[in-house]
Design a protein. Structure first.
Length: 755
């Protein structure tokens, strides 16, 4: 270590706390700045950068400073500029991984078969090229969509794998073993086009640095110092690229927090930060633990939770501010009540002089915002969606609404234009232009023009068949609308149109969420008397936020909230299967559980003064009511720093935990907790319910959709929401039950108990 302390410290150092000063002044050798949430890591990082330049340890052009976003790069440059002035303009190597690698690659493009003026393809161009390759390979694109191949290739490139590195096992992940060969063809086509995609920017430079020693040594000599922000979010390619560049001088400082690594789904590997000391022996580990954002209760709750993760570097956040309020845990009966309670608390905060801009609702999945949006429209509460679209503005929702609008109103030309070829029906631009010209000439709506033009020879036989099928479908759906409930019509329409199949065939990370959104849409329709009433409601929702003026409550996913902070946060939907996400647990096991716990840690630490966590006993998920137990993360919060309440009968002490490992069906996912999610309600009224749910969830792990052996036709049973009833039909684990008060309902057998 080499620390320089002047008798007259510059301003950029004098305002720092002791660990921040250490991070700035420890200039030589590898440094890991382990920066907890809200601990001022950006101030320390920019001060370090300014210090290196101000003390003339390196010229600005001899420093490599890497961020993850262009916004972060601009902010860093502005901050450093305020300290050292115009010298910051001489920092050509301050930027994102992709921008820096693009600059490097243009200097050495010929070493990977490109010219320096290569084109960087965007996502649309990449998909278009991959579709051509899939078609040329005579593959069924519905079964093997180009988007799935694009996602797979991106994963390989994030791991630093070239086509030559793809083994048989990896190749099997697409088209029965053709994945590797198609990847190779894709790379060849890119070179023929003198082009690369974003993944190539890093992959090509990694290839060059590995295979051309002279190029590697020239960059190692150039970069006297390397600084990396958000190191916990690096993928394998980024990690390998940085390690190569830093091996000579070893003056690399990485800033990150292993407890905030939440992006494994896009290639980030938390192991990169965990093994930094092994990669760079003798590294100085400097922990920034003084938090400048949150109250002690919030920090203690978050710290108590994240301690349950194993294999972390460890730190203890603390603050000098007053204790403030404890984290509030609120149990509600169902999702609509959750939205009502939040709305009431928001209005109370406003009446006390608080600003809507200071509050945020954070959710695990985007579909959770829908009930909040509907509630806030009803009470006239302005809101904004950050990091995503408002529910009714999402592409798949707009498409579904266009279908419904066209069924409800055949003259809706805008709806017709949106979905006539969505999903693709083989109708080209020329065919659609002819329909539009015919409609204008006749002065009639597009749907009527489409029906009439079928009797002419204006269209090719293929276009006539495609358009005829669509018009016939519309007519059939309009007939069904007179007899079928509008929400069932929507489900049938989405299936018969091919829209659901289109999303199911799409293997991208977003497709599952889009299907969930459509399920939530059809569920929302059940709350309205008819299709017309629902579409009118949507129009009112869409009209909200017509202007960007005024205060607004913020809604976003927890992922989108990373790096942000608010005076007050509402963390909604903390139930098993929602958060932690059941899909994450099913697909990733313990590793995913620990990432979900890190996500919960991030959520809690977004709050400055007040954090409220809500969970519902019942929730509509994928169109069906489910009875839920509170998230295991609630039980892991230290009781000295939380306050619990519940709005439903017998819920004063919630389903607080026994958490014995013997009762834990997920014990293999709870290493380090010492407790499992074997929740028990204190109230005798609901004593049997959580036990039944836990047992059911445990059996579901191994039994899938097999039905229970202790239910039979004609048996009298009890359901928490629908009450008493008789089993009328049994299909696997699905039951048709004639309830005394609620009528016939279809439920999963895990949510009933023998009466």
């Amino acid at each position: 270590m080499n620390q320089v302390v002047s008798a007259h410290e510059p301003a950029y150092i004098s305002g720092l706390n002791a660990p921040q000063r250490d991070a700035v002044l420890t200039t030589e050798g590898p440094v890991l700045m382990l920066a907890g949430a809200g601990t001022g890591k950006t101030a320390a990082l920019t001060a370090r950068l300014a210090h290196i330049i101000a003390t003339r340890r390196a010229w600005p052009s001899e420093i490599l400073a890497v961020t993850f976003t262009n916004k972060a790069a601009r902010e860093m440059k502005e901050r450093v500029g305020r300290i050292i002035g115009d010298a910051v303009e001489g920092m050509p190597w301050l930027g994102t991984f992709h921008s820096i690698c693009a600059k490097m690659l243009r200097r050495h493009a010929e070493l990977v078969g490109l010219q320096s003026n290569f084109t960087i393809l965007d996502t649309d161009d990449q998909l278009r090229l991959l579709k051509q390759i899939v078609q040329a390979a005579e593959l069924d694109e519905k079964r093997w969509p180009a988007r799935q191949l694009a996602g797979l290739i991106d994963q390989w490139k994030n791991k630093g794998l070239t086509p030559a590195d793809i083994d048989a096992g990896e190749s099997e992940r697409f088209a029965n073993g053709k994945g590797g060969a198609l990847y190779a063809i894709y790379q060849q086509r890119l070179k023929a086009l003198n082009a690369c995609d974003f993944g190539d920017l890093l992959l090509h430079m990694l290839t060059i640095l590995k295979s051309h020693r002279d190029v590697l040594e020239s960059y190692q000599a150039r970069f006297k110092y390397i600084l990396v922000d958000e190191y916990q979010d690096t993928n394998a390619s980024q990690y390998l690229w940085l390690r190569l560049l830093a091996q000579a001088n070893k003056n690399i400082c990485v800033v990150g927090d292993d407890d905030q690594s939440i992006y494994s789904w896009r290639g980030a590997e938390v192991a990169n930060i965990l093994r930094f000391e092994k990669d760079f022996p003798g590294a100085a580990v400097i922990r920034l633990e003084q938090n400048y954002r949150s109250t002690p209760h919030i920090l203690a709750a978050a710290s108590g939770l994240i301690e349950k993760n194993g294999g972390r570097l460890g730190k203890s956040l603390w603050t000098e501010v007053d204790a403030g309020e404890k984290v509030q845990i609120i149990g509600v009966w169902d999702g609509p009540e959750e939205a009502r309670r939040v709305g009431e608390m928001v209005e109370d905060y406003q009446r006390s002089g608080g600003s809507l801009d200071d509050m945020a609702i954070l959710v695990r999945a985007q579909f959770q915002t829908r009930e909040f949006e509907d509630r806030f429209i009803a009470i006239g509460l302005p809101y904004r969606i950050v990091g995503g679209f408002r529910f009714y503005e999402r592409a798949e929702i707009r498409d579904a609404l266009a279908y419904l609008r066209l069924v409800n109103q055949p003259a809706d030309d805008l709806a017709f234009e949106r979905i006539v070829n969505q999903p693709k029906r083989g109708l080209g631009d020329k065919a659609l232009a002819k329909v539009q010209m015919f409609a204008r000439a006749q002065g009639i709506p597009l749907s009527l023009a489409a029906a009439r033009i079928l009797d002419s020879d204006e269209l090719t036989p293929q276009a006539r068949r495609a358009l005829g099928g669509f018009i016939a479908d519309l007519a059939r759906w309009r007939d069904l609308a007179t007899t079928l409930p509008h929400y069932d019509l929507a489900r049938q329409l989405l299936d018969e149109s091919g829209y659901t199949a289109m999303l199911q065939a799409d293997k991208s990370a977003e497709s599952a969420g889009r299907l969930e959104n459509l399920t939530e849409l059809t569920r929302a329709m059940e709350d309205y008397e008819n299709l017309g009433a629902f579409l009118e409601h949507v129009s009112l929702v869409m009209d909200n936020d017509a202007t960007a003026d005024g205060e607004k409550l913020t809604m976003m996913t927890i992922h989108a909230a990373k790096g942000l902070e608010f005076q007050q946060t509402f963390l909604a939907g903390w139930e098993e299967g929602v958060f932690p996400s059941q899909r994450a647990l099913d697909e990733g096991g313990l590793a995913s559980l620990e990432e979900e716990r890190r996500l919960a840690y991030v959520a809690i630490t977004r709050a400055r003064q007040k954090c409220t966590i809500l969970h519902a006993a019942n929730r509509r998920i994928y169109g069906q009511w489910t009875s839920n137990i509170p998230s295991r993360f609630i039980a892991e919060l230290p009781t000295d720093h939380i306050e619990e309440e519940s709005s439903f009968s017998g819920g004063e002490s919630l389903w607080r935990a026994n958490w014995s490992q013997n009762a834990d069906p997920f014990a293999h996912l709870n290493r380090g907790t010492g407790r499992g999610p074997g929740w028990q309600r204190a109230s005798e009224t609901y004593a049997a319910a959580p036990t039944r749910i836990v047992e059911a969830r445990g059996s579901a792990v191994s039994l899938g959709n097999q039905g229970r052996s202790d239910v039979a036709l004609g048996q009298r049973v009890f359901h928490q929401k629908f009450g008493y009833g008789l089993i009328a039909e049994i299909e696997g684990n699905k039951l048709e039950i004639d309830f005394d008060q609620a009528g016939r309902k279809r439920v999963i057998d895990t949510f009933i108990t023998p009466a």
